[in-house]
Ligand binder design. Structure first.
Ligand SMILES: Cc1cc2nc3c(=O)[nH]c(=O)nc-3n(C[C@H](O)[C@H](O)[C@H](O)COP(=O)(O)OP(=O)(O)OC[C@H]3O[C@@H](n4cnc5c(N)ncnc54)[C@H](O)[C@@H]3O)c2cc1C
Length: 388
């Protein structure tokens, strides 16, 4: 391992890998990425649902999606490695006049930025997602260019391309300390030795608050468990009749129940309002009954099928559902790319580029100030309404 480096990135998920790749593209190649696990992308990145959407409620989040989706579309050409990406659309089912009004306002903003998104009737929603039940649904918000992408392909693509440009990746290496001298970063300590550096990027997902504390920084990011289940449709069910024949993502906005095709199977999940912050990633099988109850009224085929496996992962929640990105005011050289609140995978291409530009001292073309840590307490935060 190097003993000095221009930048040390802590964490080998999609955020760390994207930042490494974009630093290398800017010519900053004396960089070390440290990952405590044997493999990259085994944290939240390897446990996510792969959803990618334009349908956010704030200008900056929509802009991040637009750029990220553009890069995912040409990932192999630009980054040099293949990545699965299916743009089969996202449907948000809306069951109250209030939610229709909120989504109508979001659509106005999304359309003003050039996104083709529409309110559709419940009947149209069923046509788009065969097998769907729409009892109580008033309307749905639909964007055909949203989709499902491959988190491992994206992360490994960025990581391999970064390595090819000279960036060093050290696995099985845990950061145990961050040294700050006169309010500036001066190095990191790991279980394999120390590295002198003026710049550290905290890309540790749900562990971000612990790692920030190593530099004496209080970071309001909390881990929150989410469960994902995979069901095999019953033998008699017909793709395109009883369940969708493409990868369309359907989200019931009233309950947060969602599903999409995963190969021949169906991936589904739902937020548990009673879940409390913590690092436990044991699957909550006792919660499956509550999910199935909602599934019965939305995709009955799912209930007749067999749940073959499940996993749990951690959202990294921030107080307003928006990411925390940029340099910490009180510690020069300490950069955050944290708190993505369940929508980080899809933002990682754009946010990694913007953070790399900041580190290189460039102006960014998307305003990152709404994501600054100092927005908390200053009253300037505008929460993201579409946290799933
Ligand atoms: C169930 C679930 C479903 C999701 N669905 C979606 C979705 O559909 N769409 C979407 O956009 N997002 C989704 N997300 C969110 C998304 O997965 C995250 O926002 C994103 O993966 C965060 O990436 P990351 O690189 O910040 O964190 P991670 O992938 O967790 O990477 C952080 C890395 O830091 C390492 N690390 C931690 N501490 C240390 C240390 N001290 N030293 C060295 N290494 C360390 C960890 O081992 C880990 O590999 C979902 C998340 C979950 C849990």
């Amino acid at each position: 391992m190097k003993s000095t480096s221009d930048v040390v990135i802590i964490g080998g998920g999609c955020m760390g890998a994207s930042t490494a790749y974009h630093l290398a593209c800017l010519g900053i190649q004396n960089v070390v990425l440290l990952e405590r696990e044997t493999q990259l992308a085994v944290g939240s990145t390897g446990r996510n649902a792969g959803g990618v959407r334009h349908q956010f409620s704030t200008r900056q989040n929509i802009q991040l999606s637009m750029e990220s989706i553009r890069l995912m579309q040409r990932f192999e050409d630009e980054v040099g490695y293949p990545m699965d990406f299916h743009q089969d659309g996202y449907l948000f089912l809306l069951s109250t006049p209030e939610s229709v009004e909120t989504f109508r306002n979001n659509i106005t903003l999304q359309r003003s930025l050039g996104i083709e998104v529409d309110l559709v009737t419940p009947g149209e929603a069923v046509r788009l997602a065969p097998g769907l039940r729409v009892d109580g649904v008033i309307a749905a918000s639909y964007c055909a260019r949203d989709g499902i992408a491959d988190p491992n392909g994206l992360t490994m693509g960025f990581a391999r391309a970064a390595q090819a440009k000279g960036i060093q990746i050290e696995r099985n290496t845990t950061v145990t300390g961050i040294t700050v001298e006169k309010d500036r970063i001066s190095g990191v300590t790991t279980d394999k030795g120390t590295i002198s550096t003026p710049c550290v990027v905290n890309a540790t997902g749900p562990h971000a608050a612990r790692v920030a504390a190593l530099a004496g920084v209080e970071l309001p990011v909390t881990p929150l468990r989410r469960n994902i289940f995979i069901a095999q449709p019953p033998d008699e069910a017909v793709s395109g009749v009883n369940y969708p024949d493409n990868h369309i993502m359907v989200i019931d906005s009233a309950t947060s129940f969602y599903f999409h095709r995963e190969g021949p199977n169906i991936l589904f999940g739902m937020g548990d309002p009673d879940e409390t912050p913590g690092f436990d990633m044991t699957v909550r099988w006792d919660f499956l009954d509550s999910v199935v109850e909602v599934a019965m009224s939305r995709l009955p085929t799912l209930v007749e099928g067999k749940v073959s496996h499940a996993w749990a992962g951690l959202y990294a929640m921030s107080p307003d559902g928006n990411a925390i990105v940029g340099e910490v005011d009180s510690v020069a050289g300490f950069y955050l790319i944290n708190g993505f609140s369940g929508h980080g995978f899809q933002q990682s291409p754009a946010v990694g580029r913007l953070l790399a530009a900041k580190i290189a001292g460039h102006e960014t073309d998307i305003d990152l100030s709404p994501f600054a840590l100092n927005r908390f307490g200053s009253g300037t935060n505008s929460p993201e309404a579409n946290v799933v």
